[in-house]
Design a protein around this ligand. Structure first.
Ligand SMILES: Nc1ncnc2c1ncn2[C@@H]1O[C@H](COP(=O)(O)OP(=O)(O)OP(=O)(O)O)[C@@H](O)[C@H]1O
Ligand SMILES: Nc1ncnc2c1ncn2[C@@H]1O[C@H](COP(=O)(O)OP(=O)(O)OP(=O)(O)O)[C@@H](O)[C@H]1O
Ligand SMILES: [Mg+2]
Ligand SMILES: [Mg+2]
Lengths: 257, 257
């Protein structure tokens, strides 16, 4: 039965997509069957693993809307072994306005993912930079949430607000939701500000912060232009090593081999 | 009569807030009366100019909802001469769901800003990383839009999509909306990827791209932790000079002294 991990943070550009793609690729390389779900209309996760966003194809929103549509018809294989994806496309942008009027509007994604929970070891949800209905649906469908936090002042400022939102979801819509960890990203050890942010997060959130820190590494931002995870682009670079370490840290924490 | 400039890009973390604050502060330093409007529930523009986001205070959403409330009651002075702000707070996050059912839901912000257009030379709107109702309202209320584009692959990928959305607004809700320019941000001349993005944008969008490029500069990301624009933090740093050059480029383009 798959563990469903949601990547969420309403602050933009903190590394949600980069973490979703490269954590998924690391699990896949360790031979865990992994499904990536792109719930962001920007479709960065979709293009980052080599697929072309296509509005003709069904996406997570079509699955929510149409009970007849089987999730197996929407899942696509990526060029990377053990890594599948439910792709996104631009038309997903209109979904939230339509979902507002639906019954059970926060719990629409969960039954879709339940259909394939037994086919995968991990299901990873990439979210857009907002706390709208698609992100709330992802938090309700998830077992755990990983919060990427850029080593910058604004990212730190918004963290308390996000933790509040998660506890609201925990109290009502998804009592079993846990925070898997806070992941520090784009860390540059030469910068005083970055070191202050790491110190602050470790002081306030203690064990909640992952031991693994993702360093700023140009290969991580070049890999998407070659439409592949960094592991396939340059397996020896710091970014690839950081994400592989993160995968191992999560596996250890969950007592998986 | 104020020129209303909107900062928009659904891609997160590209420099919308950094541009809104530092362009506004540059205009203010050149003695143009400037109003900053924070339409993002993250309230980064609000804290970045020295105010504490406060849910007890009215924000742009309260002005949209309540015809009796005068915009003059909501505008606050910042510690910086010639720079006022309509602040934001966390509760703005619920606004979009409520606006969906309203009549004229895309044109609610425009009449609010019309009330103060004659009190300022520039009104600058900072938007959240989405194309939801608050961002659409900002595009409809604006005369021009500035599109910040980070010198990264994903930021480039989303640009075509944003230009599409803007032309939809131009054809229907706001025919006079113009693109003031595409602003390249976080440029690091040592990175091949950054140079590729600059080349690509200049090739495809020609005159639409500003001559001024904002370089990656640590002072720009440190200034918000001191709750001030970079001009007040370190007026001689590259970031401050870049934003002052941008202000002058816009003034020249609009034949203003
Ligand atoms: N550790 C890193 N080192 C260098 N660049 C990085 C790193 N992590 C992410 N990036 C780059 O920074 C930018 C922002 O990252 P990313 O797109 O993953 O963030 P996001 O949170 O998914 O953004 P959004 O809020 O728009 O969805 C991207 O261009 C990405 O390539
Ligand atoms: N030129 C620059 N050099 C260095 N750091 C920068 C620069 N511009 C912005 N930053 C930093 O990068 C981060 C993202 O910038 P900013 O918050 O302005 O983007 P945004 O588009 O407003 O994000 P969001 O999509 O969340 O609203 C911030 O921490 C900011 O301090
Ligand atoms: Mg993303
Ligand atoms: Mg912002």
């Amino acid at each position: 039965m798959a563990k469903i991990i949601c990547l969420a943070n309403q602050k933009g550009g903190v590394g949600k997509t980069t973490t979703a793609i490269n954590l998924a690729a690391s699990f896949a390389a360790l031979e865990y069957k992994t499904l990536l779900v792109d719930t962001d209309p920007q479709a960065n996760s979709t293009s980052g693993v080599g697929l072309e966003p296509d509005e003709e194809k069904a996406n997570i929103y079509d699955l929510i809307l149409d009970d007849e549509l089987s999730v197996h018809e929407v899942i696509e294989h990526t060029p990377f072994p053990n890594l599948d994806i439910i792709p996104s496309a631009r038309d997903l942008a209109g979904a939230e306005i339509e979902m507002v009027g639906m019954e059970n509007r926060e719990r629409l994604m969960r039954p879709v993912l339940e259909q394939v929970r037994d086919d995968y070891d991990f299901i990873i949800l990439d979210c857009s930079p907002s706390l709208g209905l698609l992100t709330v649906n992802s938090l309700v469908a998830a077992d755990v949430v990983i919060i990427p936090v850029q080593c910058e002042y604004y990212a730190l400022e918004g963290l308390g607000n996000l933790i509040n939102t998660i506890s609201i979801v925990q109290r009502g819509l998804n009592p079993k939701l846990q925070i898997e960890g806070i992941l520090l990203t784009m860390y540059d050890k030469r910068l005083r500000l970055a070191n202050l942010v790491v110190e602050d997060v470790r002081k306030h959130f203690k064990q909640l912060a992952f031991g693994t820190v993702i360093h700023r590494n140009i290969k991580l931002s070049e890999a998407p232009s070659f439409r592949m995870p960094v592991l396939a682009f340059d397996a020896t670079c710091k970014g690839a090593i950081n994400y592989m370490n993160l995968a191992r840290e999560i596996l250890d924490k969950n007592h998986l081999p």
